[in-house]
Design a protein around this ligand. Structure first.
Ligand code: PLP
Length: 376
Protein backbone atom coordinates (compact mmCIF):
# COMPACT_ATOMS: atom_id res chain seq x y z
CA UNK A 1 0.00 0.00 0.00
CA UNK A 2 1.23 3.51 -0.85
CA UNK A 3 0.80 6.51 1.45
CA UNK A 4 0.05 8.74 -1.54
CA UNK A 5 0.05 6.76 -4.80
CA UNK A 6 1.54 9.01 -7.48
CA UNK A 7 2.47 6.08 -9.73
CA UNK A 8 -1.15 5.03 -9.98
CA UNK A 9 -2.15 8.59 -10.88
CA UNK A 10 0.47 8.61 -13.65
CA UNK A 11 -0.86 5.33 -15.06
CA UNK A 12 -4.37 6.85 -15.27
CA UNK A 13 -3.15 10.10 -16.88
CA UNK A 14 -0.33 8.55 -18.94
CA UNK A 15 -1.54 9.20 -22.51
CA UNK A 16 -2.25 12.92 -21.98
CA UNK A 17 0.73 13.36 -19.68
CA UNK A 18 3.28 11.85 -22.08
CA UNK A 19 1.96 14.00 -24.92
CA UNK A 20 2.06 17.17 -22.82
CA UNK A 21 5.64 16.49 -21.69
CA UNK A 22 6.82 15.71 -25.24
CA UNK A 23 5.14 18.86 -26.59
CA UNK A 24 6.79 21.00 -23.91
CA UNK A 25 10.24 19.60 -24.71
CA UNK A 26 9.72 19.86 -28.48
CA UNK A 27 8.64 23.51 -28.19
CA UNK A 28 12.11 24.49 -26.96
CA UNK A 29 10.60 27.21 -24.72
CA UNK A 30 11.81 25.63 -21.48
CA UNK A 31 11.41 28.78 -19.37
CA UNK A 32 8.18 30.82 -19.35
CA UNK A 33 6.67 28.92 -22.25
CA UNK A 34 3.00 29.32 -23.14
CA UNK A 35 2.03 26.45 -20.80
CA UNK A 36 3.02 28.65 -17.84
CA UNK A 37 0.65 31.46 -18.87
CA UNK A 38 -2.13 28.93 -19.57
CA UNK A 39 -1.72 27.38 -16.15
CA UNK A 40 -1.68 30.74 -14.35
CA UNK A 41 -4.87 31.83 -16.11
CA UNK A 42 -6.74 28.63 -15.29
CA UNK A 43 -5.58 28.54 -11.65
CA UNK A 44 -6.59 32.20 -11.10
CA UNK A 45 -10.02 31.51 -12.59
CA UNK A 46 -10.53 28.40 -10.45
CA UNK A 47 -9.46 30.12 -7.23
CA UNK A 48 -11.49 33.22 -8.09
CA UNK A 49 -8.76 35.86 -7.88
CA UNK A 50 -7.41 38.28 -10.49
CA UNK A 51 -3.76 37.21 -10.50
CA UNK A 52 -1.77 33.99 -10.28
CA UNK A 53 2.02 34.29 -10.45
CA UNK A 54 3.74 30.90 -10.60
CA UNK A 55 7.18 30.33 -9.09
CA UNK A 56 9.77 27.68 -8.25
CA UNK A 57 8.24 26.22 -5.05
CA UNK A 58 5.84 26.89 -2.19
CA UNK A 59 8.56 28.27 0.07
CA UNK A 60 9.59 30.86 -2.52
CA UNK A 61 5.91 31.74 -2.98
CA UNK A 62 5.77 32.76 0.71
CA UNK A 63 9.09 34.61 0.44
CA UNK A 64 7.91 36.56 -2.61
CA UNK A 65 4.79 37.66 -0.70
CA UNK A 66 6.83 38.85 2.30
CA UNK A 67 9.17 40.73 -0.04
CA UNK A 68 6.25 42.52 -1.71
CA UNK A 69 5.21 43.78 1.73
CA UNK A 70 8.80 44.67 2.66
CA UNK A 71 8.71 42.50 5.79
CA UNK A 72 12.03 42.99 7.59
CA UNK A 73 13.96 43.09 10.87
CA UNK A 74 11.80 44.49 13.65
CA UNK A 75 8.57 43.05 12.25
CA UNK A 76 6.57 40.35 14.04
CA UNK A 77 4.94 37.74 11.81
CA UNK A 78 2.46 35.41 13.51
CA UNK A 79 2.44 31.79 12.39
CA UNK A 80 0.88 28.57 13.74
CA UNK A 81 3.24 26.49 15.86
CA UNK A 82 1.85 23.32 14.25
CA UNK A 83 2.88 23.38 10.58
CA UNK A 84 5.71 22.54 8.18
CA UNK A 85 8.96 24.39 8.94
CA UNK A 86 8.82 26.49 5.73
CA UNK A 87 5.82 28.51 7.00
CA UNK A 88 8.11 30.10 9.62
CA UNK A 89 11.51 29.77 7.94
CA UNK A 90 10.58 32.39 5.33
CA UNK A 91 9.92 34.94 8.09
CA UNK A 92 13.39 34.50 9.57
CA UNK A 93 14.98 34.59 6.13
CA UNK A 94 13.63 38.14 5.69
CA UNK A 95 15.13 39.10 9.06
CA UNK A 96 11.71 39.37 10.75
CA UNK A 97 10.70 37.48 13.91
CA UNK A 98 8.23 34.58 13.85
CA UNK A 99 5.75 34.49 16.73
CA UNK A 100 4.39 30.97 17.25
CA UNK A 101 0.65 30.72 17.87
CA UNK A 102 -1.24 27.71 19.23
CA UNK A 103 -3.79 25.83 17.13
CA UNK A 104 -7.27 24.38 17.56
CA UNK A 105 -7.30 20.71 18.61
CA UNK A 106 -10.21 19.87 16.26
CA UNK A 107 -9.26 21.66 13.03
CA UNK A 108 -5.45 21.74 13.59
CA UNK A 109 -5.54 25.34 12.31
CA UNK A 110 -4.52 28.62 13.98
CA UNK A 111 -6.53 29.40 17.12
CA UNK A 112 -7.76 32.97 16.87
CA UNK A 113 -7.90 33.54 20.64
CA UNK A 114 -4.25 32.49 20.89
CA UNK A 115 -3.49 34.78 17.96
CA UNK A 116 -5.03 37.76 19.76
CA UNK A 117 -3.11 36.93 22.94
CA UNK A 118 0.15 36.71 20.97
CA UNK A 119 -0.48 40.06 19.25
CA UNK A 120 -1.31 41.75 22.58
CA UNK A 121 1.87 40.33 24.12
CA UNK A 122 4.05 41.64 21.27
CA UNK A 123 2.41 45.06 21.54
CA UNK A 124 2.87 45.16 25.32
CA UNK A 125 6.57 44.26 25.00
CA UNK A 126 6.97 47.06 22.45
CA UNK A 127 10.03 45.61 20.69
CA UNK A 128 8.48 44.35 17.44
CA UNK A 129 5.87 45.73 15.06
CA UNK A 130 2.99 43.30 14.38
CA UNK A 131 2.77 43.15 10.59
CA UNK A 132 1.52 39.89 9.07
CA UNK A 133 -0.27 36.71 10.08
CA UNK A 134 0.62 33.63 8.04
CA UNK A 135 -2.38 31.34 8.24
CA UNK A 136 -1.93 27.74 7.17
CA UNK A 137 -4.71 25.61 5.65
CA UNK A 138 -3.32 22.53 7.35
CA UNK A 139 -4.01 19.05 5.94
CA UNK A 140 -6.31 20.60 3.27
CA UNK A 141 -8.77 22.40 5.55
CA UNK A 142 -9.06 26.19 5.21
CA UNK A 143 -8.39 28.13 8.44
CA UNK A 144 -11.17 30.12 10.16
CA UNK A 145 -10.99 33.18 7.90
CA UNK A 146 -14.08 34.97 9.25
CA UNK A 147 -12.49 35.23 12.67
CA UNK A 148 -8.95 35.74 11.33
CA UNK A 149 -10.06 38.63 9.11
CA UNK A 150 -11.74 40.37 12.07
CA UNK A 151 -8.59 40.09 14.17
CA UNK A 152 -6.35 41.15 11.27
CA UNK A 153 -8.51 44.24 10.70
CA UNK A 154 -8.54 45.06 14.41
CA UNK A 155 -4.71 45.05 14.61
CA UNK A 156 -4.05 46.15 11.01
CA UNK A 157 -2.25 42.96 10.02
CA UNK A 158 -1.93 41.61 6.50
CA UNK A 159 -3.05 38.01 5.95
CA UNK A 160 -0.73 35.66 4.07
CA UNK A 161 -2.60 32.42 3.40
CA UNK A 162 -0.17 29.48 3.17
CA UNK A 163 -2.32 27.21 1.02
CA UNK A 164 0.47 24.73 0.23
CA UNK A 165 -1.76 21.95 1.56
CA UNK A 166 -5.05 23.76 1.07
CA UNK A 167 -5.48 24.12 -2.69
CA UNK A 168 -8.95 22.82 -3.62
CA UNK A 169 -10.52 23.51 -0.21
CA UNK A 170 -13.49 25.84 0.25
CA UNK A 171 -15.51 27.81 2.78
CA UNK A 172 -19.14 28.24 1.71
CA UNK A 173 -18.17 27.85 -1.96
CA UNK A 174 -15.28 30.34 -1.80
CA UNK A 175 -12.02 28.66 -2.73
CA UNK A 176 -8.79 28.33 -0.77
CA UNK A 177 -5.96 30.61 -1.94
CA UNK A 178 -8.47 33.47 -2.17
CA UNK A 179 -8.63 34.19 1.59
CA UNK A 180 -5.32 35.98 2.11
CA UNK A 181 -4.39 39.49 1.02
CA UNK A 182 -1.83 37.33 -0.73
CA UNK A 183 -2.17 33.53 -0.83
CA UNK A 184 0.30 30.87 -1.88
CA UNK A 185 0.43 27.21 -2.79
CA UNK A 186 2.98 24.49 -3.49
CA UNK A 187 3.10 21.94 -6.30
CA UNK A 188 5.50 19.60 -4.47
CA UNK A 189 4.55 16.12 -5.75
CA UNK A 190 2.69 14.98 -2.61
CA UNK A 191 0.53 18.12 -2.24
CA UNK A 192 -3.13 18.06 -3.33
CA UNK A 193 -2.11 19.46 -6.74
CA UNK A 194 1.47 18.34 -7.33
CA UNK A 195 3.85 18.40 -10.29
CA UNK A 196 6.84 16.14 -11.06
CA UNK A 197 9.38 18.23 -9.19
CA UNK A 198 9.18 21.56 -7.39
CA UNK A 199 6.70 24.32 -8.16
CA UNK A 200 4.57 26.95 -6.48
CA UNK A 201 2.23 29.87 -7.06
CA UNK A 202 1.14 33.17 -5.52
CA UNK A 203 -2.42 34.53 -5.75
CA UNK A 204 -3.74 38.04 -5.21
CA UNK A 205 -6.46 40.47 -6.29
CA UNK A 206 -4.10 43.42 -5.92
CA UNK A 207 -2.88 44.68 -9.33
CA UNK A 208 0.18 46.51 -7.98
CA UNK A 209 1.38 43.57 -5.90
CA UNK A 210 0.94 41.26 -8.91
CA UNK A 211 3.31 43.45 -10.95
CA UNK A 212 5.90 43.39 -8.13
CA UNK A 213 5.56 39.59 -7.74
CA UNK A 214 6.13 39.12 -11.47
CA UNK A 215 9.21 41.34 -11.22
CA UNK A 216 10.63 39.74 -8.05
CA UNK A 217 10.54 36.21 -9.48
CA UNK A 218 12.82 37.29 -12.38
CA UNK A 219 15.64 39.21 -10.63
CA UNK A 220 13.54 42.32 -10.03
CA UNK A 221 13.03 42.94 -13.74
CA UNK A 222 11.55 46.22 -14.96
CA UNK A 223 10.24 46.74 -18.47
CA UNK A 224 12.39 43.85 -19.72
CA UNK A 225 14.73 41.17 -18.39
CA UNK A 226 17.92 43.26 -18.48
CA UNK A 227 16.28 46.27 -16.85
CA UNK A 228 16.49 45.57 -13.11
CA UNK A 229 14.51 47.89 -10.87
CA UNK A 230 14.69 46.03 -7.53
CA UNK A 231 16.54 43.14 -5.89
CA UNK A 232 14.68 39.97 -6.71
CA UNK A 233 15.27 36.24 -6.96
CA UNK A 234 15.32 33.56 -9.64
CA UNK A 235 12.08 31.70 -9.02
CA UNK A 236 10.19 30.63 -12.11
CA UNK A 237 8.06 27.57 -12.76
CA UNK A 238 9.52 25.41 -15.56
CA UNK A 239 7.47 25.08 -18.75
CA UNK A 240 7.68 21.30 -18.32
CA UNK A 241 6.17 21.45 -14.83
CA UNK A 242 3.43 23.78 -16.07
CA UNK A 243 2.61 21.32 -18.88
CA UNK A 244 2.39 18.51 -16.31
CA UNK A 245 0.20 20.63 -14.05
CA UNK A 246 -2.18 21.52 -16.89
CA UNK A 247 -2.93 17.81 -17.30
CA UNK A 248 -3.11 17.13 -13.57
CA UNK A 249 -5.30 20.17 -12.93
CA UNK A 250 -8.01 18.80 -15.26
CA UNK A 251 -8.10 15.55 -13.31
CA UNK A 252 -7.99 17.49 -10.03
CA UNK A 253 -11.02 19.62 -10.96
CA UNK A 254 -12.99 16.89 -12.70
CA UNK A 255 -12.79 14.10 -10.15
CA UNK A 256 -9.76 13.94 -7.85
CA UNK A 257 -10.98 16.36 -5.18
CA UNK A 258 -14.36 14.64 -5.16
CA UNK A 259 -12.82 11.16 -4.99
CA UNK A 260 -10.47 12.02 -2.17
CA UNK A 261 -13.43 13.44 -0.24
CA UNK A 262 -15.30 10.15 -0.75
CA UNK A 263 -12.31 8.22 0.59
CA UNK A 264 -11.98 10.57 3.58
CA UNK A 265 -15.70 10.19 4.32
CA UNK A 266 -15.28 6.43 4.21
CA UNK A 267 -12.48 6.60 6.79
CA UNK A 268 -14.61 8.82 9.03
CA UNK A 269 -17.60 6.46 8.76
CA UNK A 270 -15.55 3.32 9.48
CA UNK A 271 -13.55 4.89 12.32
CA UNK A 272 -16.58 6.35 14.09
CA UNK A 273 -16.41 5.44 17.77
CA UNK A 274 -12.97 3.85 17.28
CA UNK A 275 -10.63 6.85 17.30
CA UNK A 276 -10.79 10.66 17.03
CA UNK A 277 -11.17 11.52 13.33
CA UNK A 278 -10.58 14.92 11.69
CA UNK A 279 -13.36 17.48 11.98
CA UNK A 280 -14.58 19.54 9.00
CA UNK A 281 -16.72 22.42 10.30
CA UNK A 282 -20.13 23.20 8.73
CA UNK A 283 -19.72 25.02 5.39
CA UNK A 284 -16.06 23.95 5.02
CA UNK A 285 -14.67 21.63 2.35
CA UNK A 286 -11.23 20.02 2.60
CA UNK A 287 -8.89 18.95 -0.19
CA UNK A 288 -7.44 16.36 2.24
CA UNK A 289 -3.70 16.81 1.91
CA UNK A 290 -3.70 14.47 4.93
CA UNK A 291 -6.20 12.39 6.86
CA UNK A 292 -5.04 12.75 10.45
CA UNK A 293 -6.37 10.87 13.46
CA UNK A 294 -5.60 11.77 17.09
CA UNK A 295 -4.66 9.07 19.62
CA UNK A 296 -4.73 9.24 23.43
CA UNK A 297 -0.99 9.61 24.04
CA UNK A 298 2.42 9.17 22.48
CA UNK A 299 2.77 5.54 23.52
CA UNK A 300 -0.52 4.59 21.86
CA UNK A 301 0.29 6.59 18.72
CA UNK A 302 3.77 5.13 18.31
CA UNK A 303 2.43 1.65 19.06
CA UNK A 304 -0.27 1.97 16.42
CA UNK A 305 2.21 3.24 13.84
CA UNK A 306 4.52 0.27 14.48
CA UNK A 307 1.57 -2.18 14.37
CA UNK A 308 0.32 -0.77 11.04
CA UNK A 309 3.84 -0.98 9.61
CA UNK A 310 3.93 -4.71 10.41
CA UNK A 311 0.78 -5.10 8.28
CA UNK A 312 2.40 -3.22 5.37
CA UNK A 313 0.39 -0.05 6.06
CA UNK A 314 2.39 3.20 5.83
CA UNK A 315 1.54 6.14 8.10
CA UNK A 316 3.24 9.43 8.93
CA UNK A 317 3.57 11.78 11.89
CA UNK A 318 2.81 15.32 10.70
CA UNK A 319 4.34 16.96 12.73
CA UNK A 320 6.51 15.40 15.43
CA UNK A 321 7.79 18.73 16.87
CA UNK A 322 6.25 22.16 17.45
CA UNK A 323 8.13 24.84 15.51
CA UNK A 324 9.17 26.45 18.81
CA UNK A 325 11.00 23.23 19.76
CA UNK A 326 13.02 23.09 16.53
CA UNK A 327 16.77 23.49 17.12
CA UNK A 328 16.85 26.37 14.63
CA UNK A 329 14.47 28.29 16.92
CA UNK A 330 16.03 27.54 20.32
CA UNK A 331 17.49 31.05 20.38
CA UNK A 332 13.99 32.57 20.47
CA UNK A 333 13.74 31.19 23.98
CA UNK A 334 10.34 29.50 23.93
CA UNK A 335 9.97 26.79 26.58
CA UNK A 336 7.81 23.72 27.16
CA UNK A 337 4.18 24.62 27.77
CA UNK A 338 4.26 27.58 25.36
CA UNK A 339 1.55 26.15 23.11
CA UNK A 340 -0.03 23.19 24.93
CA UNK A 341 -2.42 22.11 22.15
CA UNK A 342 0.38 21.97 19.60
CA UNK A 343 2.64 20.10 22.02
CA UNK A 344 -0.06 17.49 22.67
CA UNK A 345 -0.87 17.10 18.96
CA UNK A 346 2.77 16.45 18.13
CA UNK A 347 2.63 13.48 20.52
CA UNK A 348 -0.72 12.09 19.40
CA UNK A 349 -1.42 12.67 15.68
CA UNK A 350 -1.05 10.07 12.94
CA UNK A 351 -1.76 10.59 9.22
CA UNK A 352 -3.17 7.64 7.27
CA UNK A 353 -2.72 6.63 3.61
CA UNK A 354 -4.99 8.76 1.42
CA UNK A 355 -5.13 9.81 -2.23
CA UNK A 356 -7.79 10.02 -4.95
CA UNK A 357 -6.97 6.52 -6.24
CA UNK A 358 -7.15 4.62 -2.92
CA UNK A 359 -9.61 1.71 -2.99
CA UNK A 360 -12.37 0.86 -0.52
CA UNK A 361 -10.48 -2.36 0.29
CA UNK A 362 -7.36 -0.40 1.19
CA UNK A 363 -9.31 1.97 3.46
CA UNK A 364 -10.96 -1.08 5.06
CA UNK A 365 -7.58 -2.69 5.68
CA UNK A 366 -6.25 0.43 7.43
CA UNK A 367 -9.39 0.77 9.56
CA UNK A 368 -9.34 -2.90 10.56
CA UNK A 369 -5.70 -2.55 11.59
CA UNK A 370 -6.55 0.44 13.79
CA UNK A 371 -9.52 -1.34 15.35
CA UNK A 372 -7.55 -4.50 16.12
CA UNK A 373 -4.72 -2.52 17.71
CA UNK A 374 -6.96 -0.34 19.86
CA UNK A 375 -8.95 -3.36 21.13
CA UNK A 376 -5.81 -5.21 22.25
C1 PLP B 1 4.96 21.99 1.58
C2 PLP B 1 4.70 23.18 2.37
C3 PLP B 1 5.37 24.38 2.15
C4 PLP B 1 6.56 24.50 1.22
O1 PLP B 1 6.32 24.12 -0.10
P1 PLP B 1 7.56 23.68 -1.03
O2 PLP B 1 6.97 23.66 -2.40
O3 PLP B 1 8.01 22.35 -0.55
O4 PLP B 1 8.61 24.72 -0.90
C5 PLP B 1 5.00 25.49 2.89
N1 PLP B 1 4.03 25.42 3.79
C6 PLP B 1 3.36 24.28 4.04
C7 PLP B 1 2.26 24.29 5.05
C8 PLP B 1 3.68 23.11 3.35
O5 PLP B 1 3.02 21.99 3.62
Amino acid sequence: MQFRDLKKQYQVLKADMDQAMLDAVASGAFIMGKQVKELEASLAEYVGVKHCVSCANGTDALTLALKVWDVKAGDAVFVPDFTFFASAEVISLEGATPVFVDVDADTFNIDVKSLERAIEKVKAEGKLTPKVVITVDLFGLPADYDAIRKTADKYELLILEDGAQGFGGEINGKRACSFGDISTTSFFPAKPLGCYGDGGAVFTDNDEWAVVLDSLRVHGKGSFKYDNVRIGVNSRLDTLQAAILNVKFDAFKNYEVEDINKAADLYTEKLKGVVKTPIVPEGYYSSWAQYTITLENREQRDGLQAFLKEQGIPSMVYYPKPLHEQTAYFSLGYGKGTNPVTEKLCETVLSLPLHPYITEEEVQKVCSGIEIFLKK
